[in-house]
Design a protein around this ligand. Sequence first.
Ligand code: NAP
Ligand code: MG
Length: 403
Amino acid sequence: MQKIEMKTPLVEMDGDEMTRVLWKIIKDELILPYIDLKSEYYDLGLENRNATDDQVTVDSANANKKYGVAVKCATITPNAARMEEYDLKEMWKSPNGTIRAILDGTVFRAPITVKGIEPYVRSWKKPITIARHAYGDVYKNTEMIIREPGKAELVFTDKDGKETRETIFDFKGPGVLQGMHNLNSSIESFARSCFNYALDTKQELWFATKDTISKKYDHTFKDIYQEIFDKEYKEKFEKVGISYFYTLIDDAVARVMKSEGGFIWACKNYDGDVMSDMISSAFGSLAMMTSVLVSPDGCYEYEAAHGTVQRHYYKYLKGEETSTNSVATIFAWTGALRKRGELDGISELQEYADRMEKAVLQTIESGRMTKDLALITTLEDVTVLNSEDFIKEIRKTFESLQA
Ligand code: NAP
Ligand code: MG
């Protein structure tokens, strides 16, 4: 069989631990036999990040900007334990944070739904995609512990030194204090990424904040969304037959629970952090969640939503058998290859991606799956496979689907 040719390279960001092990098997079994893979390879494994003073992460993000599409393996975000384990020069920052800062993107997370893994919420028939704003708010806050009585104020000093003040609170005793910010430019990027993604995937877009309580901060998010929608997207949405709708965050939560799914839910940074874990667990498993970072100028970075599955990796190192779910990582590859095909006009790449995803789902639906899914499936007669055999079974299904 002839391999599919590519035009533009795919930016490939390799990673750590168990997902790095899966990465190689996925390539060997599911990608390289079928595609003449053109990729620009960046090793984001922690050892190489340390050796390059993390320059490799920056280079990979710039390559993503240059070529448009990247696929990323899960990576370790170092903490004190990792400093020792890997003998690190520095506690390097989260690669995802670095990449996000360079691409200025929004993260979209969607569950991969399959027969036999039923959502815990009975009304959900279609996936719900969470779009998380990835800048500012409580993630870039300044905090203070107040130990004695005193007045707390918000002070803004303009470039001429003129001060504007608002009293936050007159403390009579101990308490806590927090200051945070966001930028119109970042909120605008967030809004455009969401509107574009809704058009791209032909799904309705919901956005919610607490603007009734936060009359300036959250209200600004609401206003920017509405302004950009009215000016730039209203007609495009009408043409495609989708809608944009704003509501209060508490109303949104109630509606999500009663909905059928099949829409994008845009969330402020903190809401998106919390709600994406809720949505992924309610749909069944963290191992079945894909994630794509979309920049306002149309760059894409695909990855699995889960981490490097450290516990399984330590078993693997001891020579024990593992049953790690590779579905989200495979879908990161198919997502990236499909997008590459779309941008370069290579329909074979898009068909390959469709067929590979179908092969993954059919394999699971036929009862062959990894342990995490076997524990929650409603199917009977299930065969639990190890990490490698699961990928090999997918290859068999894929071959059986060939013309
Ligand atoms: P994790 O890799 O998400 O795994 C947590 C647990 O969830 C696993 O121990 C496993 O449960 C289950 N799980 C997750 N993915 C699975 C899969 N594909 N197949 C089967 N089970 C799966 O989180 P972690 O182990 O706490 O974090 C490990 C490292 O990942 C950390 O260094 C963290 O910095 C990094 N991380 C990276 C990213 C990223 O690159 N995007 C995201 C999150 C975390 P059982 O052990 O019960 O089987
Ligand atoms: Mg979280």
